[in-house]
Design a protein around this ligand. Structure first.
Ligand code: COA
Length: 328
C-alpha cells in the first residue's frame, strides 16, 4: 500500500462580488436577515464563466502550487452538481482546457460533499497503486440553477472552484477517510432532472423537455437539523479511524453552509470556533467547491506548518456526508 498526500491546492472565484445589499435590490431581503441567519455577507456570481472555466483556473493554480507537470496527472475527478453538460463530463472539458493529456476523467455527483468524496476516492486509487497523481476538483456554477425569485435559497449560494493535487508520498498524508449517505432524506435538497419522455411512455410525450423548473429547492430547517449531528458523527468516526484525539487537530475545515451550523458543531465538540476555518462571509455556500476553496485559503494563509493535522468535514444534498484527516 502506498501513502496518499495532498501536494498542492488552488482556487478560483468569479470577480463579480454580489453583496447582501445587492441581493436586497433583486428580492425582498436584507443584509441584517442574511448576516444573522447565515453569516454570509457576499458571494461571487458568474457573469458567464461556466463550471469548467472556473475548474480549469483552480486546477492550473493547484498544478503550479504542486510544482508538477500537467502531463503527470493520470486521473481528474471533478465533483459538481452543476456541470456544463450531460455529455461531455466537465472533467473531460477541464482536461482539454489544461492539456492533461494522460488523464482519465470523470465527474462525481455528491453535492456539497463532492470534494470530500473525491479526496477519498483519490486516496484509495493512490493507495492501491492504480493512480500516481490525481487532480481532485470541486466546482459549481450554482447561479444557473438558482430560482432568483426564491429568497429562501438564492441568498445562500455562490459560484467558484477549488482543486487539490494528490500523489504518493514518503510519509503519511491522508490519515483517515470517512463517508456515508442517507437517501431517505433525498427530498430535502433537489434540482429536478429530465423526466422520462419518449414514444413508449403512455401519451407519447415525445423527447422534448423543459428544464425551466430545474432550480434548487430546499427544506432548510430539515437540513439544518441533519447537518450538526452528522458533522459531529463524521468527526468522531474520523478520530476513531485515525486513532487521534480532537486536541491533535490543528484546524477543522468544515463545509461552509451556514455560520450557525459551524458554530453549533464547534460548541457540541467543545472546540474553540477559532479552530474552524471560515470564509462563508465572503463566498456563501459554494457546494462542492466550498471545502476545496477553504482548504486552499488555509494553506496559503501561512498558518499551516508541516505536520499539522487538518480535518475536513461536510454534508450535502443526497443527503451525503463525510470527512478526511490529512497531515500537512
Ligand atoms: N430574507 C428575509 N426573510 C427571509 C429570507 C430572506 N432571504 N428567507 C426566508 N425568510 C423568511 C421566511 O419567509 C420566514 O418568514 P415567516 O416566519 O414570516 O414565514 C422567516 O424568514 C424564517 O424563515 P426560516 O426558513 O424559518 O429561517 P431559518 O432560521 O430556518 O433559516 C436557513 C433559514 C435556510 C438559513 C437555515 O434553515 C439553513 O441554513 N438551513 C440549512 C440549509 C443548508 O445548509 N443548505 C445547504 C445544504 S449543503
Amino acid at each position: 500500500m502506498h501513502n496518499a498526500k495532498i501536494i498542492g491546492t488552488g482556487h478560483y472565484v468569479p470577480e463579480n462580488i454580489v453583496t447582501n445589499d445587492d441581493m436586497a435590490k433583486i428580492i425582498e431581503t436584507s443584509d441584517e436577515w442574511i448576516s444573522t441567519r447565515t453569516g454570509i455577507k457576499e458571494r461571487r456570481i458568474s457573469t458567464g464563466e461556466n463550471t469548467s472555466d472556473m475548474a480549469a483556473k483552480a486546477a492550473l493554480k493547484a498544478i503550479e502550487d504542486a510544482k508538477i507537470s500537467v502531463e503527470d496527472i493520470d486521473f481528474i475527478f471533478l465533483a459538481t452538481y452543476s456541470p456544463d453538460a450531460f455529455i461531455p463530463n466537465t472533467a473531460c472539458i477541464v482536461q482539454s482546457l489544461i492539456g492533461a493529456v494522460n488523464a482519465t476523467c470523470f465527474d462525481l455527483s455528491a453535492a456539497c460533499t463532492g470534494f470530500i468524496y473525491g479526496l477519498d476516492m483519490a486516496t484509495q486509487y493512490i493507495k492501491t497503486g492504480r493512480a500516481k497523481c490525481v487532480l481532485v476538483i470541486g466546482a459549481e456554477t450554482q447561479s444557473k440553477l438558482l430560482n432568483w425569485d426564491d429568497r429562501g435559497t438564492c441568498v445562500l449560494f455562490g459560484d467558484g472552484a477549488g482543486a487539490a493535487i494528490m500523489t504518493t508520498g514518503e510519509e503519511a498524508g491522508v490519515l483517515a477517510c470517512y463517508s456515508g449517505s442517507d437517501g431517505t432524506k433525498s427530498w430535502t435538497l433537489t434540482v429536478e432532472g429530465v423526466p422520462v419522455r419518449n414514444p413508449f411512455v403512455e401519451g407519447n410525450p415525445g423527447s422534448m423537455y423543459d428544464l425551466q423548473n430545474s432550480t434548487i429547492k430546499m427544506d432548510g430547517k430539515e437540513i439544518f437539523k441533519f447537518a450538526v449531528g452528522i458533522m459531529i458523527k463524521s468527526v468522531d468516526e474520523l478520530l476513531k479511524i485515525s486513532g487521534l484525539n480532537i486536541e491533535d487537530i490543528k484546524y477543522v475545515v468544515p463545509h461552509q453552509a451556514n455560520y450557525r451550523i459551524i458554530e453549533s458543531t464547534a460548541k457540541r465538540l467543545g472546540l474553540d470556533i477559532g479552530k474552524f476555518f471560515i470564509n462563508i462571509d465572503r463566498y456563501g455556500n459554494t457546494s462542492a467547491a466550498s471545502v476545496a476553496i477553504a482548504l486552499d485559503e488555509l494553506a496559503k494563509s501561512g498558518n499551516l506548518e508541516k505536520g499539522d493535522k487538518v480535518l475536513m468535514v461536510g454534508f450535502g444534498g443526497g443527503l451525503t456526508y463525510g470527512g478526511v484527516i490529512v497531515e500537512w
